[in-house]
Design a protein around this ligand. Sequence first.
Ligand code: 5GP
Ligand code: ZN
Length: 138
Amino acid sequence: MMNDNCIFCKIAAGEIPSYTVYEDDDFKAFMDISPASKGHTILIPKKHADNLYELDETVASKLLPVAKKIATALKTELQCEGLNLLQNNGEIAGQTVFHFHMHLIPRYEGDQVVVKWVQEKYEGEPLDQLSARIKKHI
Ligand code: 5GP
Ligand code: ZN
């Protein structure tokens, strides 16, 4: 369903223009307005979901094949040396538009993109306990 206050719903409906690279009944992919690198593409489901948790299962199951098509097109045309598939959920994770989306960010030698975390020795809750706690919800 369309959310009247959502910029990506408006892009999906064609009410706000975008440079579209792919479109089918369920998805639209378009160039990011403030790209992290050349070819930075946003892939959205047309049906509004705030985030991954709310994404319809059927739509979710169709998502990765579409992402793969776009990633392959980016690699073929732009000859990027790598690509990050990124998907933010929640403000703390960097989400600024609250309509589920995936970033496809082509990577080039010497680009300014940073996707990084510090790999420290884990000294928190034992991983057998932690994994068991998570598993019981799946
Ligand atoms: P987030 O930070 O929520 O994961 O990513 C939102 C992305 O949407 C940002 O990279 C931002 O540049 C892009 N964006 C926000 N508004 C628009 C818009 O109106 N048009 C397009 N093409 N991209 C947008
Ligand atoms: Zn929306």
